[in-house]
Design a protein around this ligand. Sequence first.
Ligand SMILES: CC(C)(COP(=O)(O)OP(=O)(O)OC[C@H]1O[C@@H](n2cnc3c(N)ncnc32)[C@H](O)[C@@H]1OP(=O)(O)O)[C@@H](O)C(=O)NCCC(=O)NCCS
Length: 195
Amino acid sequence: MRAIKTVLAVSRLACQRSVCTFFSFWIRWKYIFSGASVGSRLKVIGRCKIRGWCNNVRIGNYVDIHHNVCMIVGRKGYLQIGDRSSISYNTVLNAGVGRIIIGEKTMIAGNCYIVSNDHDIYATLSVRDCGHIIGDVYIGNNVWIGANVVVTKGVHIGDGAVIGAGSVVTKDIPPMSIAFGIPCRGVSKRVLRNE
Ligand SMILES: CC(C)(COP(=O)(O)OP(=O)(O)OC[C@H]1O[C@@H](n2cnc3c(N)ncnc32)[C@H](O)[C@@H]1OP(=O)(O)O)[C@@H](O)C(=O)NCCC(=O)NCCS
């Protein structure tokens, strides 16, 4: 009985993997035909979508994109995801206007919202009728962004930084720092294991 269960579990896993590989292959070509630049070995787990101008999207090699990730890229927007980076479940990358540049080997956990613009909130007009304030967002290499993080316009997160779960990042975060909270502030530096 146990052996049968193991065989079933392994075959289910193998089946899931081949579906994922086929699906990723299909999605990669779909993006490429839509005008995006996509490197090799894109892995897409579940459904995800690019809304808007695929021509303004550049995805590196060995990138993982999980279920329900939404990439919004306008005519005046630009989104770049570096090699070996991963974007987890339900995360939204909103480059409707402005640029979002994500470095290499960076991990963005689930339910994050990263946006490169604000609505202008000039008081005499309705927000809907105001324009946008653009602020490019740069997220460095080897950054880890925890779950439920919001990154607002104009923020630069330095290489190797860690952003704690639930943070709202409104100001620059220095490289190699551990930062969290609302507003997100650096509280310590990452240290080597044997320090
Ligand atoms: C930021 C993080 C890495 C810090 O880990 P750490 O250095 O081990 O920190 P500690 O757990 O020792 O916590 C130190 C203090 O900061 C507080 N703290 C830690 N993370 C926090 C956060 N995200 N928001 C608010 N406070 C936080 C702790 O409560 C603790 O406070 P205390 O000193 O008053 O008790 C971790 O807390 C975190 O947020 N990880 C993200 C998890 C996640 O989202 N995973 C998604 C899967 S990829």
